[in-house]
Design a binder for this molecule. Structure first.
Ligand code: RAM
Length: 346
């Protein structure tokens, strides 16, 4: 009996101590979730795009490694990738007291006021899968998939190799406001000024808005309008999948090379049957993985994402924030073609 009383007292004390601790965590004006749970939001450009599912799988992997009970993870966003379509999702995350928001922004600057409000409410605001050039002061850091300054050159060189560095080419992009697309298209235009590409002519840039149907329509229109087209560069996984499908249906893969940035799992069949000669990408899951470890270190080791600061990113070791507030998941894009099908893992 005496023993039981002691045990009951111990349980009561423990319960009181836990209640006290969780109160402490909730207080202090912090935006953090109750207890030690880290609330993370990943808001993609748009939902329904397998590319972002791949990126999100990296969040899931890191969360599983660090203990699922330590996190609440939300992968939510708009159906369309319009410049302001993400505002309500950012606001909802702030309302739900997010620890951090990872945003694949649909505009370089249209979201600045919303991002400022989120940060004022104590939420860490990170851009992921790109940056917001010219608006860097409105975010805490950016997780880059790769060095964007290298994409223009890499895409033009890849395409040139497929068409003997000669002929008409076009670009099928996503939305007109997408910061990543615009950075790469500028890079491609600059690359084309180099003398080795003098015989390649960019005849058009069209926009499929990262919607499969619109991308298909735009690709059809390009083929109808430019009968001598030699290649179409689609620096979007949605665009390249749609464009390759059009070329396959029309049986014109020998005349028009479809290349760009693709999701290996979506493109595998088209590489195997020769509909696309090859494309490039990086490692989208790695971006999500780095995001989770960064939050973990912020929460548990006092890490802040200042330029020059490093954190432990699990299986990838130490990662350092660059002077411009960016973290680089990979330095160079990877080329995927029939020689490395075993690498088509996401
Ligand atoms: C699409 C999106 C995304 C881009 C990738 C390569 O899914 O446009 O922003 O990074 O392709």
């Amino acid at each position: 009996m005496k023993r039981m009383k002691k045990a009951a007292l111990l349980v009561l004390c423990l319960a009181m101590a836990m209640a006290f601790l969780s109160c402490g965590n909730r207080g202090g004006g912090s935006s953090e979730a109750a207890g030690d749970v880290i609330k993370i939001y990943f808001i993609p450009n748009n939902m329904g795009n397998p590319y972002f599912d791949a990126l999100s799988s990296g969040f899931d992997q890191a969360i599983a490694e660090l203990g699922a009970g330590n996190f609440e993870y939300y992968y939510e966003g708009p159906a369309a990738a319009g410049a302001t379509d993400q505002i309500e999702y950012i606001e909802a995350a702030v309302q739900n007291k997010a620890f951090a928001i990872f945003l694949a922004a649909n505009s370089e600057d249209a979201l600045n006021a919303t991002l400022d409000d989120a940060r004022a409410a104590g939420v860490r605001v990170y851009i992921i899968n790109q940056d917001i050039p010219g608006s860097e002061t409105h975010r805490d850091a950016a997780i880059m998939p790769v060095d964007f300054d290298k994409i223009g050159d890499a895409q033009i060189e890849l395409t040139g190799g497929y068409i003997n560095y000669e002929g008409e080419i076009a670009i099928l992009s996503a939305t007109t406001s997408a910061p990543d697309q615009n950075h790469w298209i500028d890079g491609m235009r600059a690359a084309l000024q180099n003398p080795q590409y003098a015989k390649m002519t960019l005849v058009d840039v069209v926009y499929g808005d990262d919607q499969p149907e619109k991308s298909t329509t735009e690709m059809e229109a390009l083929l109808n309008k430019y009968p001598n087209l030699k290649a179409v560069i689609c620096p979007t996984t949605v665009g390249i999948a749609a464009a390759t499908q059009v070329v396959q249906t029309r049986k014109v893969a020998d005349q028009v090379k479809v290349t760009g940035l693709g999701l290996p799992s979506q493109m595998k069949g088209y590489i195997e049957d020769g509909t696309s000669p090859g494309f490039q990408l990086w490692d989208p899951p790695k971006e999500g993985y780095l995001a989770v470890y960064m939050c973990w270190e912020e929460k548990n080791s006092g890490f802040t994402p200042a330029p020059g600061a490093s954190f432990n990113a699990g299986k990838y070791g130490s990662v350092t924030i660059r002077p411009n507030g960016q973290l680089m998941a990979l330095e160079e894009p990877k080329t995927f073609d029939s020689t490395n099908l075993q690498d088509f893992v996401y």
